[in-house]
Design a protein around this ligand. Sequence first.
Ligand SMILES: Cc1ncc(COP(=O)(O)O)c(C=O)c1O
Length: 461
Amino acid sequence: MNNKSESDKPSQDEFFYSHTVDVSVSKTSMPENENNPEIIKELIQDELLLDGNARQNLATFCQTFHEKQVHELMDLSISKNMIDKDEYPQTTEIEMRCVKILAELWNSKNAIGTSTIGSSEACMLGGLAMLYRWRDKMKAMGKDSSKPNMVCGPVQVCWHKFALYWDVELREVPMEVDCLHISPKSMLEYVDENTIGVVTTFGLTFTGKYEPVKELADALDKLEEESGLDIDLHVDAASGGFLAPFCAPDLLWDFRIPRVKSISASGHKYGLAPLGSGWALWRERKDLPDRLIFHVNYLGGDMSVFQLNFSRPAGQVISQYYLFLRLGMEGYRKIHEYCYYVSVFLGKELDKIGIFKILYSGDANDGIPCVTWTLKDESECSFNLYDFAEKLLDKGWQVPAYSLPKNAEEIVVQRIVVRRGFSIEMAELLIKDVISTIDYFKENKFSIDESHKKLSGFIHN
Ligand SMILES: Cc1ncc(COP(=O)(O)O)c(C=O)c1O
């Protein structure tokens, strides 16, 4: 950090500069000397002002609102390492209580599981267990196990990573314009004896809707009866796993279905915990092959460890436990039902505008609290949804526009994920801004930008 006179003040492109004290520090190289903590914090804090406002980020599924007590518990546990089970036995006990609570929520008496850093790690673990179970099965039958494949609908990118990293062929059943998820019929066309399992998404990233887990399971049961082919199901319940137990308890998607061998979910989405919280559960001890588990016995007993990372923060697990106890069934139900209420409101208001075709608007039995829409073919707008998303950003609203995956790429959609902290009052303000953005395009004779044309692949004009 240098004391600078006005004349030799460095360019702000290369240096942070504090206005409270006349000092600057390089942005990209390690300073030679120590610096004042308050000044450095202020410099970084100022720069972070340029980030979007998390509460107006309607793209993310992740929690952006936290109670004061969660902040305090996170602070309290800042130095606790989740993996250090002998040093923090009580944190381990809390993790296991969370697994028990989740097993009960997902209707199992015997499920085992672990916390993870998010759904991606949880999916990776669920996938690995499927792969190893399948290998064991093939080996026992004396069959070749060198060409594993995994069958799924339109999955989140973590499954593409899983397939690439572990050399599993990903058979992603393409969407159809009139069916935006995997169906029992399409699934059956893709499975064979090399299928390690079917992954079904309970809360699709692209539309927010639930895939029909029970129907898929029934079709796989029938397949087994007819052909002997026994294929497991993993439910990627990143969002739905923390919604359906409270808002659609009769919907069959979880361990009540015998074919469901594992479930993954994000604590930091509708589990309401801070970022860095996920969960993976297996139906029974035998569904998690023992050779994937590392056993530690520091506590005198047998502590199983099965995660990709070793060190990881404990605060998220502790906060998750706090939320379970603090909110209970009633609290989670209240918060999530309010989210559904707001998403239904948004769906109705967007529909009234007339140019949008609502694909989904938040029904607790059908998906997560989110609204997904596209432009009506007959809307005759001078803009597309990419332009619309960009213009809405002027008001701070982050509402992503994207094209659907393979086979339905021509459909460009926009999606709002309604989370805790997004009130009906904020939704009303958003609708006002949506209407004024449409007016802006009408008044300014906007013509679609070439780059956006390319991006959308579908022009509404
Ligand atoms: C269905 C689904 N699976 C997995 C993930 C990955 O979750 P995470 O961000 O917790 O790693 C997401 C994230 O949005 C998701 O929607």
